[in-house]
Write a protein that binds this ligand. Structure first.
Ligand SMILES: [Zn+2]
Ligand SMILES: [Zn+2]
Length: 570
């Protein structure tokens, strides 16, 4: 018995020593900051409407306890649900957004009305749809270690990108091959009850996307944001995000996540208490990039201001300045003495090791995309406490009179429809859906068109599709694009495909309710499902298909589509 007690005492002592020696540094309470008039909030939160544990009301209450003023709830969805109007709950402004799953990663759409059709499929198409619908799109967890969560389409014109994500933070530790990283994650389970926000904050690793961000920001406005990705639960044996595991633990809590990471939005005026007015102000500031990220698990409350001045004037983070003459970059913060401030041009360090709370730097003349980070230690690549948005200093175009290259006129043209008979055009569908095609005369010019009717079978998603197909004539292999004019009864997306044996490649196009000419380059096609090659081998392609399927059309939906003058070109 005595021996057992001795062993138990040794174990308890060892566990206590382990926990205390691995406790993350205690959060620093900063006294009396100069107000920076930025409104603290949180973006990327899941509620019971998808895979989160709390109701919007509980989320707002947690945000209030964490001292936040707004919360953007981003439940998983396809964009067809109309967002709830903005509302104050527990003094916190709640905005309703959506996180859309694409085949190239997750994309958050903020400030977007309901989509007329389900958004999904390739990332480039969802980015295009969100933009057309007037939404603001944020690439979620771009550097997640999980394949299906990582962002892949860096050519798409998305509006913003997350440079911190708390879901990515713990996944990176869990996926790490080094035992030290895994041990740190395990240690955080023990330190979490003692120092919750510090424990989560200590898991965050520096973003790996700065090079990609910098390459894009040199050419266009690209906002950086922090994503809490708060679910207030973690599932065991999960297939990812959404959580699909049966067993889940209520970790970390919403309050702990909200005390770890926040976004600070510089609105043009103070909030009024009117949800409609205030949400428009906050969204406008987020769109403009008038925001900075703060890892408050390290220190809070923060006060931060970043400006750049040249002979054109002074602008704040998120804004643009023409490059003329000397530029002065000015940083003011309430960083404690041990903290270090660095100034970056894109992903390149311009000036490091500033310990002052207020200083100016004169970078070399010329264009640049300047941003600021403040971290608790001088050691790069430690995770920053503050990450600014950039100030874009642009060199005016040398010759603005150069117009963009016109689309090259086709050298050859091979008609796929003679305007009189169906020829080789036919319809295929799955066993339960319906489809038909006929030749009709349409419009005031009584132009002949292929009128294609589809009716996807209702019920669960089961691979429903209706396809309009033409076998390609001799000589098709020498073409490099297909052009056609198209309209539909309702706005929708159809997939233009090339088929060789069993493999298919596709490019999705948006179809409006009025005639639009579309030219789709085969160079832009990507595999639709498993395919032997990444690009269509034109010599082996036998058919051209127009496809309506459940990627962007709901089961049970039916409609008509008119296609005129389909031609292969080169
Ligand atoms: Zn996600
Ligand atoms: Zn999420």
């Amino acid at each position: 018995m005595r021996r057992f007690l001795l062993v138990a005492a040794v174990l308890v002592a060892a566990a206590t020593a382990f926990i205390t020696s691995t406790l993350p540094p205690k959060h620093l309470s900063l006294a009396d900051p100069v107000p920076d008039n930025a409104i603290p909030g949180v973006i990327h939160v899941h509620s019971v409407r998808s895979d989160g544990r709390g109701t919007p009301d509980e989320i707002a209450e947690a945000a209030a306890r964490a001292g936040l003023k707004f919360v953007v709830i981003t439940d998983h969805g396809d964009g067809t649900r109309a967002p709830e109007p903005p509302a104050y709950r527990h003094g916190v402004l709640c905005l309703d957004a959506v996180e859309i799953s694409t085949s190239g990663g997750h994309y958050i759409a903020l400030d977007m009305p309901a989509s007329p059709y389900p958004l999904g499929g390739e990332a480039r198409d969802v980015v295009e749809d969100v933009k057309r619908l007037g939404g603001f799109g944020i690439v979620a967890h771009p550097d997640s270690p999980k394949d299906e969560l990582r962002w892949r389409d860096w050519a798409a014109p998305f509006d913003a990108v997350e440079i911190v994500n708390l879901d990515t933070a713990w996944r990176q530790r869990a996926a790490a091959t080094s035992w030290r990283q895994k041990l740190e994650l395990a240690a955080r389970l023990f330190s979490y009850p003692i120092r919750p926000a510090e424990s989560i904050a200590s898991l965050i690793q520096p973003s790996t996307i700065w090079e990609q961000w910098a390459a894009l920001a040199r050419r266009r406005h690209l906002v950086t944001l922090p994503g809490a990705d708060a679910h207030a639960q973690v599932g065991w044996r999960t297939a990812g995000d959404p959580v699909t595991g049966r067993v889940s633990a209520p970790l970390p809590s919403y309050v702990a996540s909200f005390r770890t990471l926040s976004v600070h939005v510089r609105t043009e005026r103070a909030l009024t208490g009117n949800a409609g007015v205030d949400s428009r102000m906050i969204v406008r500031a987020i769109r403009a990039g008038h925001v900075y990220s703060a890892i408050e698990g390290a220190a809070s409350p923060s006060s931060f201001d970043f400006t750049a001045t040249n002979e054109h004037g002074t602008v704040h983070a998120g804004d643009e300045l023409s490059a003329v003459g000397p530029l002065t970059v000015h940083v003011r913060s309430n960083a404690p003495p041990g903290f270090t401030t660095t100034v970056w041009n894109g992903a390149t360090l311009v000036s490091g090791d500033h310990h002052e709370q207020d200083f100016s730097v004169q970078p070399p003349d010329g264009g640049g995309v300047y941003r600021v980070e403040i971290r608790a230690t001088g050691q790069l690549p430690a995770v920053p406490w503050i990450i600014s948005n950039p100030i874009y200093v642009r060199v005016p175009a040398a010759d603005a009179s150069i117009s963009p290259a016109p689309g090259t006129a086709p050298a050859t043209s091979l008609a796929l429809f003679d305007g009189r008979s169906l020829g080789g055009w036919k319809v295929e569908q799955d066993a339960t859906s319906l489809g038909a095609v006929e030749v009709v005369e349409t419009g005031t010019a009584r132009q002949p068109a292929l009128r294609w009717r589809f009716g996807l079978a209702s019920g669960a998603l089961a691979g429903q599709f209706v396809a309009l197909i033409a076998d390609l004539p001799q000589g098709a292999a020498s073409s490099d694009r297909v052009a056609f004019t198209v309209r539909a009864e309702r706005p929708m997306r159809i997939s233009v495909q090339l088929r060789a044996d069993r493999d298919r490649w596709q490019r999705s196009v948006y179809v409006d309710t009025f005639n639009r000419e579309r030219t789709v380059s085969f160079e832009d096609f990507l595999p639709a499902g498993p395919a032997a090659t990444s690009k269509p081998p034109l010599a082996d392609v036998r058919s051209l298909l127009f496809v309506v399927d459940t990627t962007n059309t709901k089961p049970g939906a039916s409609g008509r589509i008119w296609i005129t003058e389909p031609v292969l070109q080169r």
